[in-house]
Write a protein that binds this ligand. Structure first.
Ligand SMILES: NC(=O)c1ccc[n+]([C@@H]2O[C@H](COP(=O)([O-])OP(=O)(O)OC[C@H]3O[C@@H](n4cnc5c(N)ncnc54)[C@H](OP(=O)(O)O)[C@@H]3O)[C@@H](O)[C@H]2O)c1
Length: 258
């Protein structure tokens, strides 16, 4: 439940090592959030790409009580119970941030359609099952915000990464529909559309024009939580850029290099 000053008290991050997710949580803790749940696959082990265990201590040093739960986005049958387990730890959920995702290369997906389907199951299916389970909880509470990390990759899908982009397009549509379904319940959805974020997920890739950092995405999300904005483009000027790009004729669009 938001505290007496109306600021966020409890946060659930799904994808507990996500750079963007952790940057948002850190800002919320610095602003007064006191109970945090970090849910991650193999939460106590180093991450699959050689990264660290879920960094609970960093948030504890900032004054938060942190709970760590195991969570696999690819196991939708566990998601409703995970939401209830998180709420049992910290009470009403003020902000829920599903920040998990995988960015495989289109070349790998072309060679391995099964890998493509598995990643779509995480990038879209996992968000649907956790999003619906979270929405049920927020609706019952009568308050709370689901932060959906969509992407400009889903606004107009490019041939360079159309498997990832199509999952994000599905996710963006899901999030908008869910926002409308929750309207009037007290619960709400913020749809976040970052461009290229320089960081772990895009390591080794050449930054696209108008690239941002996880910190910039987090700042924009926190501002949206304060102002009750429903759609966030990061950077903001991508909104105008994509208003134009949506109108480009297909023959021109498919010739764009990236
Ligand atoms: N980075 C960008 O350019 C960008 C741009 C637009 C939108 N986004 C979206 O923003 C979100 C956060 O991205 P990020 O930059 O913070 O990426 P990140 O640092 O790579 O974090 C992604 C997280 O997803 C987790 N994950 C992957 N598969 C999972 C599964 N099956 N179950 C549970 N967790 C799983 C990873 O867990 P492990 O630690 O175990 O590997 C990782 O912690 C993603 O949805 C991404 O698509 C990113």
């Amino acid at each position: 439940m938001r505290n007496a000053l109306g600021s966020v008290d409890t946060v659930l991050l799904l994808g507990g090592r996500s750079e963007i997710g952790l940057a948002i949580v850190e800002r919320l803790v610095r602003r007064g959030a006191r109970r945090v749940v970090l849910a991650a696959r193999d939460a106590s082990a180093p991450s699959k790409d050689g990264g660290t265990a879920v960094p609970a201590e960093d948030l504890e040093r900032l004054g938060a009580e942190v709970h760590v739960l195991d969570f696999d986005a690819a196991r939708p049958e566990t998601h409703a119970a995970l939401i209830e387990e998180a709420a049992a730890k910290v009470g009403d959920l003020d902000v829920v941030i599903p920040a998990f995702g995988v960015l495989g290369s289109q070349a790998i997906y072309d060679a391995d359609p099964v890998a493509a389907a598995r990643d779509v199951a995480v990038n879209f299916g996992g968000h649907v099952s956790i999003g619906l389970a979270a929405a049920r909880r927020l609706r019952e509470q009568g308050h709370g915000t689901l932060v959906v990390l969509s992407s400009v990759a889903g606004v107009r899908v490019r041939k360079a990464n159309f498997v990832y982009g199509s999952a994000k397009a599905g996710l963006d549509g899901f999030a908008q529909g869910l926002a409308d379904a929750l309207h009037g319940s007290g619960a709400r959805v913020v749809v976040v559309r970052p461009g290229f974020v320089i960081g772990r997920m895009t390591r080794g890739m050449t930054p696209a024009p108008m690239s941002v950092t996880a910190a910039e995405v987090a700042d924009a999300v926190v501002e949206a939580l304060d102002t009750r904005k429903v759609t966030v483009w990061v950077p903001a000027r991508l909104r105008l850029a994509f208003a134009v790009m949506r109108l480009l004729p297909r023959p021109l669009w498919r010739r764009l290099p990236r």
